[in-house]
Design a binder for this molecule. Sequence first.
Ligand code: EPZ
Length: 420
Amino acid sequence: MDKFVIRGGAPLSGSVNVTGAKNATLELMPAALLAPGVFRLRNTPNIRDVWTMSRLMSSMGAHAELNDNELFLDTTNIPRQEAPYEHVKRMRASIHVLGPLLARYGYAKVSLPGGCAWGPRPVDFHLKGLERLGAEITLEGGYIIARAERLKGARVSFDFASVGATFNVMAAATLARGRTVITNAAMEPEVTAAGRFLQKMGAQIEGLGTSTITIDGVDDLKPVDEETIPDRIEAATLLIAVAITGGRANVCKTNPYHLAFVLEKLEEAGCEIDIRADVITLKAPEKLAPVGITTAVYPGFPTDVQAQWMALMACADGTSTVTDTVYRDRFSHVPELARLGCDIHVNDNTATIRGGGKLTGATVMSTDLRASVSMVLAGLVADGETEVLRVYHLDRGYEGLEHKLTALGADIRREKTEEM
Ligand code: EPZ
Protein backbone atom coordinates (compact mmCIF):
# COMPACT_ATOMS: atom_id res chain seq x y z
CA MET A 1 0.00 0.00 0.00
CA ASP A 2 1.49 3.36 -0.92
CA LYS A 3 1.07 6.63 0.91
CA PHE A 4 1.69 10.26 -0.01
CA VAL A 5 3.90 12.36 2.28
CA ILE A 6 3.20 16.07 1.83
CA ARG A 7 4.85 19.13 3.36
CA GLY A 8 2.46 22.08 3.09
CA GLY A 9 3.16 25.73 2.36
CA ALA A 10 4.41 26.05 -1.22
CA PRO A 11 2.22 28.22 -3.50
CA LEU A 12 1.84 26.29 -6.78
CA SER A 13 3.11 27.77 -10.04
CA GLY A 14 4.05 26.70 -13.56
CA SER A 15 2.06 24.52 -15.97
CA VAL A 16 0.53 21.05 -15.89
CA ASN A 17 -1.34 18.91 -18.45
CA VAL A 18 -4.68 17.26 -17.71
CA THR A 19 -5.07 13.61 -18.76
CA GLY A 20 -7.96 11.94 -20.59
CA ALA A 21 -11.27 11.55 -18.74
CA LYS A 22 -11.64 8.45 -16.56
CA ASN A 23 -15.43 8.54 -16.73
CA ALA A 24 -15.48 8.91 -20.51
CA THR A 25 -13.06 6.00 -20.92
CA LEU A 26 -15.26 3.84 -18.67
CA GLU A 27 -18.04 4.34 -21.23
CA LEU A 28 -16.01 4.17 -24.45
CA MET A 29 -14.43 0.82 -23.53
CA PRO A 30 -17.73 -1.03 -22.90
CA ALA A 31 -19.29 0.74 -25.93
CA ALA A 32 -16.65 -1.01 -28.07
CA LEU A 33 -18.31 -4.34 -27.14
CA LEU A 34 -21.12 -3.38 -29.52
CA ALA A 35 -19.00 -3.99 -32.64
CA PRO A 36 -16.43 -6.69 -33.50
CA GLY A 37 -12.99 -5.37 -34.43
CA VAL A 38 -10.01 -3.29 -33.34
CA PHE A 39 -10.43 0.11 -31.67
CA ARG A 40 -7.75 2.64 -30.74
CA LEU A 41 -8.62 5.07 -27.94
CA ARG A 42 -6.05 7.88 -27.71
CA ASN A 43 -5.59 10.08 -24.61
CA THR A 44 -6.68 7.16 -22.39
CA PRO A 45 -5.62 7.73 -18.76
CA ASN A 46 -3.16 5.18 -17.31
CA ILE A 47 -5.14 4.61 -14.08
CA ARG A 48 -6.35 1.66 -12.03
CA ASP A 49 -9.97 1.86 -13.16
CA VAL A 50 -8.85 1.51 -16.79
CA TRP A 51 -6.75 -1.52 -15.83
CA THR A 52 -9.79 -2.97 -14.03
CA MET A 53 -12.05 -2.45 -17.05
CA SER A 54 -9.33 -3.94 -19.30
CA ARG A 55 -9.11 -7.02 -17.09
CA LEU A 56 -12.88 -7.37 -17.03
CA MET A 57 -13.17 -7.15 -20.83
CA SER A 58 -10.22 -9.51 -21.29
CA SER A 59 -12.00 -12.04 -19.04
CA MET A 60 -14.86 -11.90 -21.59
CA GLY A 61 -12.51 -12.59 -24.48
CA ALA A 62 -11.53 -9.10 -25.61
CA HIS A 63 -7.89 -8.05 -25.93
CA ALA A 64 -6.89 -4.77 -24.28
CA GLU A 65 -3.45 -3.14 -24.26
CA LEU A 66 -2.55 0.34 -23.00
CA ASN A 67 0.70 1.93 -24.20
CA ASP A 68 1.55 5.60 -23.70
CA ASN A 69 -2.06 6.57 -23.17
CA GLU A 70 -3.21 4.81 -26.34
CA LEU A 71 -5.58 1.90 -25.66
CA PHE A 72 -5.70 -0.92 -28.23
CA LEU A 73 -8.97 -2.83 -27.88
CA ASP A 74 -9.91 -5.94 -29.90
CA THR A 75 -13.54 -6.96 -29.37
CA THR A 76 -13.79 -9.40 -32.31
CA ASN A 77 -14.71 -12.38 -30.13
CA ILE A 78 -16.52 -12.06 -26.80
CA PRO A 79 -17.37 -15.70 -25.96
CA ARG A 80 -18.12 -14.99 -22.31
CA GLN A 81 -20.88 -12.43 -21.88
CA GLU A 82 -20.29 -12.31 -18.15
CA ALA A 83 -18.93 -9.79 -15.63
CA PRO A 84 -17.98 -11.81 -12.53
CA TYR A 85 -18.19 -10.43 -8.99
CA GLU A 86 -14.38 -10.47 -8.60
CA HIS A 87 -14.17 -7.65 -11.15
CA VAL A 88 -17.41 -5.80 -10.46
CA LYS A 89 -16.72 -5.50 -6.71
CA ARG A 90 -13.64 -3.39 -7.58
CA MET A 91 -15.49 -0.94 -9.77
CA ARG A 92 -19.17 -0.04 -10.06
CA ALA A 93 -18.70 1.13 -13.65
CA SER A 94 -18.35 -2.55 -14.64
CA ILE A 95 -22.15 -2.38 -14.94
CA HIS A 96 -21.58 -0.43 -18.18
CA VAL A 97 -20.96 -3.75 -20.03
CA LEU A 98 -24.57 -4.82 -19.45
CA GLY A 99 -26.29 -2.82 -22.21
CA PRO A 100 -23.67 -3.49 -24.91
CA LEU A 101 -23.49 -7.26 -24.22
CA LEU A 102 -27.27 -7.55 -24.20
CA ALA A 103 -27.57 -5.62 -27.49
CA ARG A 104 -24.88 -7.59 -29.33
CA TYR A 105 -25.46 -11.12 -27.91
CA GLY A 106 -28.99 -11.05 -26.49
CA TYR A 107 -27.56 -12.21 -23.17
CA ALA A 108 -25.54 -10.82 -20.27
CA LYS A 109 -24.72 -12.02 -16.77
CA VAL A 110 -23.34 -9.17 -14.68
CA SER A 111 -22.66 -9.19 -10.95
CA LEU A 112 -24.51 -6.60 -8.96
CA PRO A 113 -22.14 -3.87 -7.73
CA GLY A 114 -21.89 -3.70 -3.91
CA GLY A 115 -25.30 -3.89 -2.28
CA CYS A 116 -28.30 -4.95 -4.34
CA ALA A 117 -30.09 -3.53 -7.37
CA TRP A 118 -32.25 -1.43 -5.17
CA GLY A 119 -29.91 -0.91 -2.21
CA PRO A 120 -27.12 1.65 -1.62
CA ARG A 121 -25.63 2.67 -4.98
CA PRO A 122 -28.57 0.91 -6.76
CA VAL A 123 -28.87 0.07 -10.44
CA ASP A 124 -32.66 0.05 -10.67
CA PHE A 125 -32.71 2.77 -13.37
CA HIS A 126 -30.38 0.62 -15.52
CA LEU A 127 -32.60 -2.45 -15.16
CA LYS A 128 -35.91 -0.65 -15.67
CA GLY A 129 -34.55 1.11 -18.75
CA LEU A 130 -33.38 -2.14 -20.34
CA GLU A 131 -36.69 -3.82 -19.48
CA ARG A 132 -38.42 -0.98 -21.34
CA LEU A 133 -36.35 -2.06 -24.39
CA GLY A 134 -37.78 -5.57 -24.02
CA ALA A 135 -35.07 -7.24 -21.94
CA GLU A 136 -36.05 -10.02 -19.54
CA ILE A 137 -34.11 -9.39 -16.35
CA THR A 138 -33.83 -11.63 -13.30
CA LEU A 139 -31.61 -11.38 -10.22
CA GLU A 140 -29.98 -14.68 -9.24
CA GLY A 141 -27.34 -15.17 -6.56
CA GLY A 142 -26.10 -11.60 -6.67
CA TYR A 143 -26.09 -11.53 -10.48
CA ILE A 144 -28.18 -9.68 -13.04
CA ILE A 145 -29.25 -12.10 -15.79
CA ALA A 146 -30.50 -10.23 -18.87
CA ARG A 147 -31.92 -11.82 -22.03
CA ALA A 148 -33.50 -10.45 -25.22
CA GLU A 149 -34.06 -11.99 -28.66
CA ARG A 150 -33.70 -8.51 -30.13
CA LEU A 151 -34.25 -5.31 -28.20
CA LYS A 152 -37.06 -3.03 -29.35
CA GLY A 153 -36.94 0.76 -29.31
CA ALA A 154 -39.08 2.38 -26.60
CA ARG A 155 -39.65 5.54 -24.62
CA VAL A 156 -37.44 5.49 -21.48
CA SER A 157 -37.61 8.19 -18.84
CA PHE A 158 -35.41 8.44 -15.74
CA ASP A 159 -36.61 9.70 -12.36
CA PHE A 160 -33.04 10.96 -11.94
CA ALA A 161 -30.66 11.86 -14.78
CA SER A 162 -28.38 8.92 -14.07
CA VAL A 163 -25.05 8.92 -15.94
CA GLY A 164 -24.58 5.14 -15.98
CA ALA A 165 -28.19 4.29 -16.73
CA THR A 166 -28.29 6.81 -19.60
CA PHE A 167 -25.14 5.19 -21.05
CA ASN A 168 -26.48 1.63 -20.70
CA VAL A 169 -29.82 2.41 -22.35
CA MET A 170 -28.28 4.60 -25.09
CA ALA A 171 -25.70 1.94 -25.92
CA ALA A 172 -28.24 -0.90 -25.96
CA ALA A 173 -30.68 1.14 -28.08
CA THR A 174 -28.14 1.55 -30.91
CA LEU A 175 -28.79 -2.06 -32.03
CA ALA A 176 -32.47 -2.26 -31.06
CA ARG A 177 -35.24 -2.44 -33.68
CA GLY A 178 -36.86 0.99 -34.02
CA ARG A 179 -36.66 4.28 -32.15
CA THR A 180 -35.76 4.88 -28.50
CA VAL A 181 -36.35 8.26 -26.86
CA ILE A 182 -34.64 8.79 -23.51
CA THR A 183 -36.21 11.56 -21.40
CA ASN A 184 -34.39 13.17 -18.47
CA ALA A 185 -31.15 11.76 -19.89
CA ALA A 186 -27.83 12.66 -18.27
CA MET A 187 -26.03 15.53 -20.07
CA GLU A 188 -22.57 14.97 -18.61
CA PRO A 189 -19.78 15.53 -21.20
CA GLU A 190 -18.70 11.91 -20.69
CA VAL A 191 -22.14 10.69 -21.82
CA THR A 192 -22.01 13.05 -24.80
CA ALA A 193 -18.53 11.77 -25.65
CA ALA A 194 -19.80 8.19 -25.54
CA GLY A 195 -22.72 9.16 -27.79
CA ARG A 196 -20.35 10.80 -30.30
CA PHE A 197 -18.20 7.64 -30.24
CA LEU A 198 -21.29 5.52 -30.98
CA GLN A 199 -22.23 7.89 -33.84
CA LYS A 200 -18.73 7.40 -35.30
CA MET A 201 -19.36 3.63 -35.04
CA GLY A 202 -22.50 4.12 -37.16
CA ALA A 203 -25.18 4.64 -34.52
CA GLN A 204 -28.07 7.02 -35.30
CA ILE A 205 -28.26 9.32 -32.26
CA GLU A 206 -29.76 12.82 -31.92
CA GLY A 207 -29.97 15.18 -28.94
CA LEU A 208 -26.58 14.49 -27.35
CA GLY A 209 -25.89 17.04 -24.62
CA THR A 210 -29.59 17.63 -24.02
CA SER A 211 -31.98 15.86 -21.66
CA THR A 212 -33.77 14.11 -24.55
CA ILE A 213 -31.71 11.64 -26.57
CA THR A 214 -33.23 9.86 -29.59
CA ILE A 215 -31.66 6.67 -30.96
CA ASP A 216 -32.77 4.91 -34.15
CA GLY A 217 -31.51 1.33 -34.04
CA VAL A 218 -29.26 -0.08 -36.80
CA ASP A 219 -28.28 -3.66 -37.62
CA ASP A 220 -24.59 -3.37 -36.90
CA LEU A 221 -21.79 -1.00 -35.91
CA LYS A 222 -18.12 -0.84 -36.82
CA PRO A 223 -14.87 -0.30 -34.88
CA VAL A 224 -13.33 3.20 -34.92
CA ASP A 225 -10.47 5.21 -33.43
CA GLU A 226 -11.22 8.00 -30.92
CA GLU A 227 -9.50 10.67 -28.84
CA THR A 228 -10.86 10.76 -25.27
CA ILE A 229 -11.99 14.13 -23.89
CA PRO A 230 -9.96 15.76 -21.08
CA ASP A 231 -10.83 14.90 -17.49
CA ARG A 232 -12.84 17.88 -16.18
CA ILE A 233 -12.74 16.55 -12.61
CA GLU A 234 -8.94 16.31 -12.65
CA ALA A 235 -8.79 19.81 -14.16
CA ALA A 236 -11.05 21.15 -11.37
CA THR A 237 -8.92 19.37 -8.76
CA LEU A 238 -5.68 20.91 -10.10
CA LEU A 239 -7.25 24.38 -10.28
CA ILE A 240 -8.35 24.08 -6.65
CA ALA A 241 -4.80 22.97 -5.72
CA VAL A 242 -3.49 26.26 -7.18
CA ALA A 243 -6.25 28.25 -5.44
CA ILE A 244 -5.80 26.64 -2.00
CA THR A 245 -2.02 27.24 -1.99
CA GLY A 246 -2.32 30.90 -3.05
CA GLY A 247 -0.47 30.25 -6.29
CA ARG A 248 -0.70 31.12 -9.97
CA ALA A 249 -0.48 28.40 -12.61
CA ASN A 250 -1.67 27.10 -15.99
CA VAL A 251 -3.80 23.98 -16.23
CA CYS A 252 -3.44 22.81 -19.83
CA LYS A 253 -5.14 20.39 -22.25
CA THR A 254 -8.53 21.09 -20.69
CA ASN A 255 -11.96 21.73 -22.17
CA PRO A 256 -12.98 24.94 -20.36
CA TYR A 257 -16.59 24.58 -21.58
CA HIS A 258 -16.93 21.49 -19.36
CA LEU A 259 -15.92 23.51 -16.29
CA ALA A 260 -18.12 26.61 -16.58
CA PHE A 261 -19.85 26.23 -13.20
CA VAL A 262 -16.65 25.44 -11.29
CA LEU A 263 -14.78 28.34 -12.91
CA GLU A 264 -17.54 30.76 -11.94
CA LYS A 265 -17.45 29.57 -8.31
CA LEU A 266 -13.64 29.94 -8.27
CA GLU A 267 -14.04 33.54 -9.50
CA GLU A 268 -16.66 34.17 -6.81
CA ALA A 269 -14.08 32.95 -4.27
CA GLY A 270 -11.73 35.67 -5.60
CA CYS A 271 -9.61 33.75 -8.10
CA GLU A 272 -8.61 35.43 -11.37
CA ILE A 273 -9.31 33.06 -14.27
CA ASP A 274 -7.94 33.54 -17.78
CA ILE A 275 -8.84 31.14 -20.60
CA ARG A 276 -6.87 30.80 -23.83
CA ALA A 277 -7.93 27.81 -25.98
CA ASP A 278 -7.37 24.71 -23.80
CA VAL A 279 -5.30 26.52 -21.14
CA ILE A 280 -6.90 27.80 -17.94
CA THR A 281 -4.72 30.17 -15.91
CA LEU A 282 -5.73 30.66 -12.29
CA LYS A 283 -4.31 33.31 -9.96
CA ALA A 284 -5.34 32.87 -6.34
CA PRO A 285 -6.42 35.87 -4.21
CA GLU A 286 -4.66 36.94 -1.02
CA LYS A 287 -7.75 35.82 0.87
CA LEU A 288 -10.32 33.30 -0.40
CA ALA A 289 -13.94 34.42 -0.03
CA PRO A 290 -16.40 31.84 1.42
CA VAL A 291 -18.63 30.52 -1.41
CA GLY A 292 -21.35 27.92 -0.84
CA ILE A 293 -22.12 25.25 -3.45
CA THR A 294 -24.91 22.77 -4.07
CA THR A 295 -24.04 19.85 -6.33
CA ALA A 296 -26.32 18.95 -9.22
CA VAL A 297 -26.33 16.95 -12.43
CA TYR A 298 -24.47 18.56 -15.35
CA PRO A 299 -24.17 21.43 -16.07
CA GLY A 300 -24.47 22.05 -12.31
CA PHE A 301 -21.61 21.87 -9.80
CA PRO A 302 -20.21 18.30 -10.02
CA THR A 303 -20.55 16.05 -6.97
CA ASP A 304 -17.07 14.72 -7.92
CA VAL A 305 -15.63 18.13 -7.00
CA GLN A 306 -17.59 18.51 -3.75
CA ALA A 307 -14.90 17.15 -1.42
CA GLN A 308 -12.21 19.25 -3.09
CA TRP A 309 -14.35 22.38 -2.72
CA MET A 310 -14.83 21.64 0.96
CA ALA A 311 -11.06 21.60 1.51
CA LEU A 312 -10.81 24.94 -0.30
CA MET A 313 -13.58 26.49 1.81
CA ALA A 314 -11.81 25.35 4.99
CA CYS A 315 -9.16 27.93 4.00
CA ALA A 316 -11.64 30.69 3.09
CA ASP A 317 -12.16 33.83 5.16
CA GLY A 318 -15.59 32.99 6.59
CA THR A 319 -18.35 30.37 6.76
CA SER A 320 -19.88 28.53 3.79
CA THR A 321 -22.02 25.47 3.11
CA VAL A 322 -21.66 22.48 0.78
CA THR A 323 -24.81 20.53 -0.09
CA ASP A 324 -24.72 17.31 -2.12
CA THR A 325 -28.03 16.50 -3.86
CA VAL A 326 -26.55 13.70 -6.00
CA TYR A 327 -25.12 11.56 -3.19
CA ARG A 328 -26.69 12.77 0.03
CA ASP A 329 -24.15 10.83 2.14
CA ARG A 330 -20.91 11.66 0.33
CA PHE A 331 -19.12 13.09 3.37
CA SER A 332 -16.59 10.40 4.37
CA HIS A 333 -13.86 13.02 3.95
CA VAL A 334 -15.25 15.26 6.73
CA PRO A 335 -13.83 13.42 9.78
CA GLU A 336 -10.47 13.08 8.04
CA LEU A 337 -10.36 16.77 7.07
CA ALA A 338 -11.23 17.54 10.70
CA ARG A 339 -8.04 15.72 11.74
CA LEU A 340 -6.15 18.31 9.70
CA GLY A 341 -7.89 21.10 11.60
CA CYS A 342 -10.83 21.83 9.30
CA ASP A 343 -13.93 23.04 11.16
CA ILE A 344 -16.81 21.25 9.41
CA HIS A 345 -20.22 20.11 10.67
CA VAL A 346 -22.60 17.94 8.65
CA ASN A 347 -26.38 17.98 8.99
CA ASP A 348 -28.24 15.64 6.62
CA ASN A 349 -26.74 16.38 3.17
CA THR A 350 -25.29 19.80 4.02
CA ALA A 351 -21.87 20.53 5.51
CA THR A 352 -21.13 23.89 7.16
CA ILE A 353 -17.48 24.89 6.90
CA ARG A 354 -16.04 27.53 9.18
CA GLY A 355 -12.97 28.73 7.32
CA GLY A 356 -9.92 30.68 8.35
CA GLY A 357 -8.61 28.12 10.84
CA LYS A 358 -5.04 26.88 10.84
CA LEU A 359 -4.52 23.47 9.21
CA THR A 360 -1.81 21.28 10.66
CA GLY A 361 -0.38 18.12 9.15
CA ALA A 362 -1.65 14.70 10.29
CA THR A 363 -2.02 11.12 9.06
CA VAL A 364 -5.30 10.66 7.17
CA MET A 365 -6.91 8.27 4.71
CA SER A 366 -10.11 7.70 2.80
CA THR A 367 -11.95 5.08 0.83
CA ASP A 368 -13.51 7.46 -1.73
CA LEU A 369 -11.40 8.54 -4.69
CA ARG A 370 -12.42 12.20 -4.50
CA ALA A 371 -12.36 12.30 -0.69
CA SER A 372 -8.73 11.12 -0.81
CA VAL A 373 -7.75 13.95 -3.10
CA SER A 374 -9.42 16.51 -0.80
CA MET A 375 -6.93 15.44 1.89
CA VAL A 376 -4.03 15.93 -0.50
CA LEU A 377 -5.32 19.45 -1.19
CA ALA A 378 -5.58 20.24 2.54
CA GLY A 379 -2.10 18.74 3.05
CA LEU A 380 -0.69 21.14 0.45
CA VAL A 381 -1.55 24.03 2.72
CA ALA A 382 -1.32 22.46 6.22
CA ASP A 383 1.60 23.31 8.48
CA GLY A 384 4.11 20.46 8.71
CA GLU A 385 3.77 16.98 7.28
CA THR A 386 0.59 15.20 6.15
CA GLU A 387 0.50 11.51 5.28
CA VAL A 388 -2.38 10.34 3.08
CA LEU A 389 -2.65 6.55 3.36
CA ARG A 390 -4.07 4.03 0.85
CA VAL A 391 -3.42 6.15 -2.21
CA TYR A 392 -4.51 3.25 -4.42
CA HIS A 393 -7.91 4.90 -4.14
CA LEU A 394 -6.38 8.00 -5.73
CA ASP A 395 -4.60 5.92 -8.35
CA ARG A 396 -8.02 4.75 -9.53
CA GLY A 397 -8.76 8.14 -11.05
CA TYR A 398 -5.61 10.29 -11.14
CA GLU A 399 -2.63 9.43 -13.33
CA GLY A 400 0.62 10.39 -11.58
CA LEU A 401 -0.96 13.01 -9.34
CA GLU A 402 2.19 13.37 -7.24
CA HIS A 403 4.25 14.07 -10.37
CA LYS A 404 1.77 16.69 -11.58
CA LEU A 405 1.75 18.47 -8.21
CA THR A 406 5.56 18.25 -7.92
CA ALA A 407 5.83 19.86 -11.37
CA LEU A 408 3.80 22.75 -9.94
CA GLY A 409 6.18 23.09 -6.99
CA ALA A 410 4.43 21.02 -4.32
CA ASP A 411 6.48 19.06 -1.75
CA ILE A 412 4.84 15.63 -2.15
CA ARG A 413 6.30 12.15 -2.51
CA ARG A 414 4.98 8.59 -2.73
CA GLU A 415 6.28 6.07 -0.20
CA LYS A 416 5.69 2.36 0.17
CA THR A 417 4.23 1.23 3.48
CA GLU A 418 4.04 -2.20 5.03
CA GLU A 419 0.36 -1.47 5.82
CA MET A 420 -1.79 -4.25 4.27
C1 EPZ B 1 -21.13 8.42 -12.46
O1 EPZ B 1 -21.52 7.40 -11.57
C2 EPZ B 1 -19.66 8.66 -12.18
N1 EPZ B 1 -18.90 7.43 -12.40
C3 EPZ B 1 -19.46 9.13 -10.74
O2 EPZ B 1 -18.08 9.45 -10.59
C4 EPZ B 1 -20.27 10.40 -10.51
O3 EPZ B 1 -20.16 10.79 -9.16
C5 EPZ B 1 -21.75 10.13 -10.86
O4 EPZ B 1 -21.85 9.64 -12.22
C6 EPZ B 1 -22.60 11.39 -10.75
O5 EPZ B 1 -22.11 12.38 -11.61
C7 EPZ B 1 -18.61 7.06 -13.66
O6 EPZ B 1 -18.97 7.72 -14.62
C8 EPZ B 1 -17.81 5.81 -13.81
P1 EPZ B 1 -25.46 8.08 -11.38
P2 EPZ B 1 -22.99 6.70 -11.73
O7 EPZ B 1 -26.09 6.86 -11.94
O8 EPZ B 1 -23.33 6.55 -13.16
C9 EPZ B 1 -28.68 7.14 -8.02
C10 EPZ B 1 -15.94 9.34 -9.64
O9 EPZ B 1 -15.49 9.76 -8.57
N2 EPZ B 1 -29.01 5.97 -8.86
O10 EPZ B 1 -25.56 9.36 -12.13
O11 EPZ B 1 -23.00 5.49 -10.88
C11 EPZ B 1 -27.31 6.99 -7.36
O12 EPZ B 1 -27.40 6.27 -6.16
C12 EPZ B 1 -17.30 8.67 -9.68
O13 EPZ B 1 -15.36 9.44 -10.75
C13 EPZ B 1 -30.14 5.22 -8.56
O14 EPZ B 1 -30.87 5.49 -7.60
O15 EPZ B 1 -23.91 7.82 -11.08
C14 EPZ B 1 -26.89 8.42 -7.12
O16 EPZ B 1 -27.51 8.91 -5.94
C15 EPZ B 1 -17.90 8.57 -8.30
N3 EPZ B 1 -30.43 4.14 -9.34
C16 EPZ B 1 -27.51 9.16 -8.31
O17 EPZ B 1 -28.53 8.30 -8.84
C17 EPZ B 1 -29.67 3.80 -10.43
O18 EPZ B 1 -30.02 2.82 -11.14
C18 EPZ B 1 -26.48 9.46 -9.40
O19 EPZ B 1 -26.00 8.25 -9.86
C19 EPZ B 1 -28.53 4.57 -10.72
C20 EPZ B 1 -28.22 5.66 -9.94
